[in-house]
Write a protein that binds this ligand. Sequence first.
Ligand code: BG6
Length: 475
Amino acid sequence: MVLFGATGDLARRKLLPGLFRLALAGLMPRAYRVVGTAPASEALTDEEFRERARGAVAEFCSAKPVGEEWEAFERALSFGAADPKDTRPLLDAVRAAERDLGGSPRRLHHLAVPPAAFASVVEELGRTGLANGARVIVEKPFGTDLASARALNDTLHTVFDEERVFRIDHFLGKESVDNILALRFANGLFEPVWNRDHINHVQIDVPEAIGIEGRASFFEQTGTFRDMVVTHLFQVLGFVAMEPPADLGAKALRDEKNKVFQAMRPLDPRRAVRGQYDGYRAEPGVDPRSGTETFIALRAEIDNWRWSGVPFYLRSGKSLAHRRQVVTLHFKEPPLRMFPGAQPPADSCANAIVVDFDDPGWIAARFLVKEPGPSMRLGPARMTFRYADSVRRRHGLEGYERLILDAMLGDQALFTRSDGIERLWEVSAPLLESPGDVLPYPPGSWGPDAVRDLIAPHRWYLPDDIGDSGEGATP
Ligand code: BG6
């Protein structure tokens, strides 16, 4: 495996710890090598790279970098710098690693580099022959608009066939996102009501409490819409909204997801609220007049037989009140109001299925029940399945771990396909062309006030449910 961007934040937080966890779980190949690479200005010796990896695992991995297992993992790491003008150190490191392994090992390149660097790395892989027989994992965001995504796909396809391209979106590797498929398609209970006849609206809500965490240059070029919505939230929407695939193979699953994207209406900028937290412009590296959004909420519509007329409200932002990752399906009210004067409290969120897909995740059915007493008073109740309490998580993998494993095995089912990505940029075009102003919001809030008007007459499930949730709201 060749890890481009090996000195970067993603490698430190997710990739190196994830690879070590895969090694501990016995899920790495019998023999493997990981060659880290970065531009010559950030060159490391093998020993320095191993030391960095040790630091990353100590800080971000649930297992500590000790013992025989760590030593074996560490021995598999080496480093070779690469610049467009001089790729020799990388080629030497790859050759040495392959010599050690013997035979003809399969290559997997992981491009954990900023979007602006993708094309030149891909060309380098083609030119040097490193692409031969290799698979490539490409990080998000894939392009910044339709034209750049198409150009990137063209560049990729000059070197790699689509079958060897793994566009990663780590939300699709989350256990609880995959579980949406099990919930819907392995049970006869939910799917019959999972449609416009019964569902009033859907919310996909991913507020984050963190700010930009020093990623000013990435964030200034990207913003929350590209960083979170065109990628993670739309992919979750695809799982929530798709028709049952014929099987869970890559073709059937991605065909069905892409049909949802085909049926999405182009986004209407009047149905979107962009926000920026107070203080963002003073962050180091941020333009003092920046118009980049750190928050976005919008209404998406899917024009097909299952979803026509059912709005999907999506929201994500930095420096908000809480971190949560929640899909809420709000059901229609029953036609017969036979409980006069017995309405539940206005802020109770009943009549909904809630899927919290943050690790470890839970699913709740929320409904109304009669409160004990002489009169027919209604109160909210819930039934909750919690991953943490209900399922042995010994085999649980984090999003990245699961997806890197799938890429090693050649299974593309949970990776995005070029046509799907291009369609998502196409539906995003109106908003990218006329984004409108960013509205300020105080850090620790739920975004600009206008976000409430966007969803009216409904309400956001969060924050209404935060106070009494008891379901792991993390401050
Ligand atoms: C990343 C985004 O892809 O996902 C970050 O670039 C975001 O801005 C992160 O914070 C959220 O991922 P997770 O694993 O915390 O759910």
